[in-house]
Design a protein around this ligand. Structure first.
Ligand code: ADP
Ligand code: MG
Length: 692
């Protein structure tokens, strides 16, 4: 049969028709392999009958005894209440829903076996809605000899059903190579790894002495074996993209230094050592005929934009176009302003294109881009659209990568005629090493690990919103002293409309309190021209206080702003808070950030705000965020697709990563034929990174 279980649809199993198949699809199960990889969340022990006297509250148990009374109890809700005795104790079974048939069956003197969670109820020990069956003397002490798996499920799909399906699928696995082992024996024995089939069998039906606690944590060797292979598959697939791109042809763009030197001379500051180092790394890459694939990491305010500008100039010096893509209109606009200001004196035309560029203006910009008159093009993801034709695209710079999907990252390469453009990906959300190793392992990495001189670290204060009045006074004083402030509203509502309304209300209230202060408002539903106008007014000092939703999170640069109030910071991720806070502390005066939480805080919530108070280092904060909230939150939701592991967990399985890397190299050199099947097994949508 070969490695074929993924080709056998669930409908081949007994009892699976279209209706059941569609329920299974809802939880991601379409074929037998999906079913085998659908692992239990937890386990129950139904192998032992517990004496009622030995029962522990909250511990699911199987009991057996004789019904000593059965009655309808009229409490707040009518229920069927049966008392069961086994000689060692007594317990009540309570059913709020029951059929008349059940009433007739559960009669005094009948023997029952039940499984449920004992709790303290109105009549003493109770089980609510236990599973039950009547038994006779013939019954074995227990029908089960392994732990009972509890699977993730969906409405209308019972555990019983899932269990039968899984055990059928396990039956298919009896064929010796139904689920082929792709890891070479040398690797399995070196790491004392379980075989794949062994691991799967064990996890679906663990023996009664299995270490359930370790299994709940996902740290059992059987689980780790699967996590290992899954991480390996992801890693191999990223390496494959990397190899594919590295095999493509890129335009060599050697540093000619002319424009670059001129630019540096015009800058009002000198580059930090870290900026110079990464600029050299990028410059070296650009001069190669292999396309660059580089991730530029640097904390908020570390000055990534200038480094990007230098890279763009190197392309322009070689008669190529450079495109810079930002995640939001505001940020694109800001880059556009910076780049035109910097590049105009150098005689370089900068084009501008976002989704909101329409009509004549759009035609004009498209013309600038396709004729090659514009050497630098700034925009949002609108740069990907089909009607955007570049003249000689040599370099693509992507700002704030984590907000884009990988798909967008790779789609731009189609825009280079004949050759693959070099790619520079910038992120201000420092990515913890573990994540970088797994999610970005196809990229080379440069880090700006130093802030420009003269920055004073932001002083962060954590305070309850009981003291809102005092904080408002503080804002008043700061503004009257000529400083500027942000007031950031974060909201729990998913609806953007409601968020924006709430920011509007806050702005009105603050204006009532602070009549002498001029207050501006910015939120995501405003027209883009209006947003830009508000930011401009704030930048020029016409507004003292800017009330904002989290739209100002990235990129807004107003050095005179030195105070930020963040309402309900407990709702945001640390990385996001760090980004927000990065809007202040850009000038030379001491800056403050007030995290005004709404109590009471959970233990974790408190811990997270403390991290913000104690550290201004984005890398430390990101590590903590990963620890406290997991990778999805750190990378931003859009990216979760690519770290949506079935079994692996980057936080938990960090220790596996270096072995995974070694194993990947070993496979690539010794067993190249097993690479594709491993990728296909774990990333069945096809090699979705690479096709993007
Ligand atoms: P980020 O890395 O967050 O994108 P920016 O590139 O926006 O940071 O830079 C933040 C601010 O610091 C900008 O106003 C920029 O002009 C300024 N800047 C960048 N590099 C230096 C430097 N070496 N010395 C002083 N200021 C700098
Ligand atoms: Mg930036």
């Amino acid at each position: 049969m070969g490695d074929r279980l993924h080709e056998i649809p669930v409908t081949r199993l007994k009892g699976v028709g279209a209706a059941l198949a569609s329920k299974l699809t809802r939880i991601g199960i379409q074929n037998l392999q999906d079913l085998l990889f659908h692992l239990p969340l937890r386990y129950q022990d139904r192998t032992k009958i517990i004496r009622i006297g030995d029962i522990r509250l909250g511990v699911e148990s199987m009991i057996q005894g004789t019904i000593s009374s059965a009655e309808i109890a009229d409490g707040r809700r009518r229920s069927l209440l049966c008392r069961v005795q086994d000689g060692a104790g007594i317990i009540s079974l309570r059913f709020y829903r029951f059929s008349s048939e059940q009433r007739n069956t559960m009669k005094v003197g009948v023997q029952v076996r039940c499984f449920g969670e004992p709790r303290q109820g109105a009549s003493g020990l109770e089980m609510y809605h236990p599973e039950w069956q009547t038994i006779s003397e013939k019954h074995a002490p227990s029908d089960e000899n392994t732990l009972t798996p509890i699977y993730p499920s969906t409405e209308g799909l019972t555990q019983q059903r899932l269990r039968t399906l899984c055990s059928q699928a396990l039956g298919f696995m009896n064929h010796p190579d139904a689920l082929q082992e792709w890891l070479p024996a040398s690797l399995l024995s070196a790491d004392h790894q379980w075989s794949l089939t062994e691991a799967i069998r064990y996890l679906h039906n663990p023996p009664t002495d299995a270490n359930v606690r370790v299994m709940l944590e996902g740290r059992h060797p059987a689980q780790q074996r699967l996590a290992f292979e899954e991480l390996l598959a992801h890693h191999l697939s990223l390496q494959k993209i990397r190899l594919r791109i590295r095999r493509q042809h890129g335009h060599p763009m050697p540093a000619r230094q002319k424009l670059m030197t001129q630019f540096l001379e015009l800058l009002p500051f000198t580059l930090t050592d870290a900026q110079q180092r990464v600029a050299r790394e990028i410059s070296d890459d650009l001069s190669q005929s292999v396309p660059m694939l580089r991730l530029l990491q640097g904390d908020v305010g570390s000055g990534k934009t200038v480094v990007a500008a230098l890279a763009a100039l190197q392309a322009v010096e070689n008669d190529f176009q450079a495109a810079l893509m930002a995640p939001t209109e505001i940020l694109a606009e800001q880059h556009y302003n910076n780049f035109t200001q910097w590049f105009k004196p150098l005689g370089i035309t900068v084009a501008w294109l976002t989704g909101k560029t329409k009509g004549k203006k759009r035609e004009q910009q498209l013309e600038l881009i396709s004729s090659g008159e514009a050497a630098v093009i700034i925009g949002t993801h609108a740069l990907f659209q089909d009607d955007v034709i570049f003249n000689r695209l040599g370099l693509v710079i992507i700002d704030e990568q984590h907000r884009f999907g990988v798909h967008q990252r790779l789609a731009l390469k189609e825009k280079g005629q004949g050759a693959t453009p070099h790619q520079l990906i910038m992120t201000a959300t420092p990515i913890p090493r573990t994540l970088a190793m797994s999610v970005y392992s196809d990229l080379d990495c440069s880090v700006i690990d130093e802030l420009p001189l003269g920055r004073t670290p932001v002083n962060t204060i954590v305070i309850s919103d009981d003291r809102r009045d005092q904080i408002i006074e503080r804002v008043r004083n700061a503004c009257l002293e000529g400083r500027q402030a942000y007031w950031v509203c974060t909201l729990i509502e998913k609806s953007e409309v409601l968020q924006c309304q709430a920011a509007e209300v806050t702005a009105e209230q603050l204006q009532e309190w602070l009549p002498e202060i001029s207050i501006g408002l910015i939120h995501g539903r405003m027209k883009s021209v209006d947003k830009v106008a508000v930011i401009q007014a704030f930048k020029e000092g016409h507004l003292h206080l800017l009330v904002a939703t989290t739209v100002i999170e990235v990129g807004v640069d107003v050095p005179n702003a030195s105070l930020m109030i963040i309402e309900n910071p407990e709702r945001l991720g640390l990385a996001q808070l760090h980004q927000l806070r990065g809007r202040v502390g850009r000038g030379t005066v001491a800056s403050h950030c007030v995290l005004m939480y709404h109590g009471p805080l959970s233990l974790k919530g408190r811990e997270r705000l403390q991290v913000m108070r104690d550290s201004t280092d984005g890398f430390i904060i990101a590590e903590k965020d990963l620890e406290l909230r997991g990778p999805g939150e750190v990378l931003g939701t859009r990216q979760t697709g690519m770290i949506d592991f079935r079994i692996a967990d980057l936080g938990r399985d960090e220790a596996l990563l270096s072995t995974v890397k070694d194993a990947a190299s070993q496979l690539m050199s010794e067993e190249p034929d097993s690479i594709e099947p491993i990728i296909r097994r774990w990333l069945p949508q096809g090699d979705h990174y690479a096709e993007a």
